[in-house]
Design a protein around this ligand. Structure first.
Ligand code: MG
Length: 158
């Protein structure tokens, strides 16, 4: 059976980039780009519900879940720190599902969950783009409700 391929963005979908960015700007306003600092990406807090939801998705036999994140290209550490973050909050196995790519439209799949709808190829993604953080999909609970519906329809159509 072909699985539903789901890509999940990292910054502000799994990891709370904005919270950390704002906090760092507040405590050290002289640093304009705190996301360039060593340790910034590694130490991001998870978005509420994100880790639990992805763990559920990973257990579903009909779903193949990947993380699809664009790098912070001016910060070379962002590449390795994103990898470290995934192992810290999930496990080593899930690091094999981490894709770091600046053009998300190149990846083949069914669903992309992202808080940005353009800028990194999101608008050209071949599947369905779910806009995380908008009114309909405000949080992970909304996302999981929607995905459960898709999964049921998918199984019933088999
Ligand atoms: Mg993002």
């Amino acid at each position: 059976m072909k699985k539903i391929i789901i890509y999940i963005d990292m910054d502000d979908v799994l990891a709370n980039f904005t919270h950390s960015y704002n906090y760092n700007r507040e405590i050290a306003p002289e640093i304009k780009y705190p996301q360039g600092k060593l340790g910034f990406f590694k130490n991001l807090e998870p978005i509420p519900g994100a880790v639990e939801s992805v763990n559920i998705l990973q257990r579903l036999p009909t779903v193949d879940t990947y993380i699809l994140t664009a790098p912070s290209t001016r910060n070379p550490h962002s590449y390795s720190e994103k990898r470290v973050w995934v192992e810290k909050h999930f496990n080593y196995e899930f690091t094999k599902k981490l894709i770091i790519c600046s053009n998300k439209s190149l990846l083949k799949g069914d669903i992309l969950i992202d808080d940005n709808i353009y800028g990194k190829g999101q608008d050209q993604f071949e599947g369905e783009l779910i806009h995380f953080g908008n009114e309909t999909y405000n949080n992970w609970e909304d996302i999981m409700t929607y995905l459960t519906g898709i999964q049921l329809r998918y199984i019933l159509n088999k």
